[in-house]
Design a protein around this ligand. Structure first.
Ligand SMILES: Cc1ncc(COP(=O)(O)O)c(C=O)c1O
Length: 365
């Protein structure tokens, strides 16, 4: 048997440590997972209430076209139904884009570090990956544009960027879109869109009319709290969506996920309430960083990348023993940092106490 050569050097995605695994390893009763940027407040209570009704007819395949959620999202964001493609999480939309546009001889341009699935899927398709290092947490867009050539098929822009959390302002994005040649698909990954507070953010959906080579990615996994159900979507020009459709699995989003997403969209009050709580907890955490002279990036997402006077792994291991699962920046290519999801107020208070203990221990070394 012979797998693709490229796969020999690739590793499967390594998720953050699991809750049960950590409980067992450290003999803890309660674990706070702050590693994958889920919504700590869960998901809309209306979804929970309706869930038992959603599990009837599971012997029937889902609607592959996702007609109901398509109609709902189209109305909600103000686009035509044929401008949408749904995926088993926006992860799958990334994969579909790569399957459609990338192949040996083609290249794709992205920042580093950024969301790793762009690179991963591009490599599997045999494309050349051109990675442009971030400058102080921000995409180096000038260098990214300079890396484009005739063979470039996709340019990835993650805003707010995972793992730094910073966003790109409207004027900058517009200036990029004006200059990227028409043969390049520009993917604006807005997985954390609902958390944006900045007033200078680009209205990507409105921008689709002016820039037909743009595609926007959104998800129900983050602010909507439905990560476990797996549903996200892409929005683009109808011709781009038509090009992508043959690469999509016929029944890629489940009946339950489609129905739950509709109910979740209807409960904007829940969304707003949790986003508001998140902003408050974010500001508290930033204040904690300032008190302890820890650098951080000005995040517009539901996570914060914090600069430490020690390795990210060291802080990660310490927090783990106290029941907090975060992400060490070492693995993300950002030494001496941790990325942590902004959790519930009481959990964040505890986390800050534990971090303060570790920082004090470090001072007395
Ligand atoms: C920037 C970014 N894009 C996409 C995703 C994928 O999310 P999902 O597949 O759950 O929609 C994530 C998840 O962490 C992310 O951080």
């Amino acid at each position: 048997m012979k797998a693709k050569d490229i796969l020999k050097n690739m590793k499967p995605y390594k998720p953050g440590k699991g809750i049960e695994e950590v409980k067992k390893e450290f003999g803890l009763d309660r674990i706070i997972k702050l590693a994958s940027n889920e919504n700590p407040y869960g998901f809309s209570p209306s979804v929970k209430e309706e869930l038992p009704k959603l599990i009837s007819n599971l012997e029937i395949y889902p609607d592959g076209y996702a007609a109901e959620i398509r109609k709902k999202v189209a109305g909600f964001i103000g686009v035509k139904e044929e401008q949408l493609i749904f995926g088993n999480g926006s992860d799958e939309v990334v994969q579909i884009i790569c399957r459609t546009f990338l192949e040996p001889g083609a290249n794709t341009v992205m920042a580093t570090p950024t969301f790793p699935q762009y690179r991963h899927n591009a490599l599997i398709e045999g494309a050349e990956v051109r990675e442009v290092p971030l400058i102080d947490g921000h995409h180096d867009l000038e260098e990214m544009i300079a890396s484009i050539d005739e063979q470039t098929r996709v340019l990835w822009i993650c805003t707010p960027n995972n793992p730094t959390g910073v966003h790109i302002d409207k004027t900058t994005i517009q200036s990029v879109l004006e200059r990227v040649p028409g043969h390049v698909l520009v993917v604006l990954d807005e997985a954390y869109y609902e958390y944006l507070e900045a007033e200078d953010a680009f209205d990507s959906i409105a921008g689709l009319d002016a820039y037909p080579n743009v595609m926007v990615l959104r998800t129900f996994s983050k602010a909507y709290g439905l990560a476990g159900l797996r549903i996200g979507y892409g929005v683009g020009h109808p011709e781009v969506i038509q090009a992508l459709e043959p690469s999509r699995e016929p029944f890629n989003t489940s009946t339950v996920a489609q129905a739950a997403a509709i109910i979740a969209l209807d409960d904007q009050a829940f969304l707003q309430q949790t986003v508001k709580a998140n902003h408050k907890n974010k500001r508290d955490l930033m204040q904690f960083c300032e008190q302890h002279q820890l650098g951080y990036y000005d995040t517009q997402a539901n996570f914060l990348l914090i600069q430490l006077p020690m390795s990210g792994d060291e802080m990660f291991e310490y927090l783990l023993t106290k029941g907090f699962i975060v992400r060490s920046g070492e693995a993300l290519g950002l030494p001496n940092t941790i990325r942590l999801t902004i959790g519930k107020e009481e959990d964040m208070k505890q986390l800050q106490e534990v971090m303060a203990q570790k920082l004090a221990m470090d001072h007395t070394r």
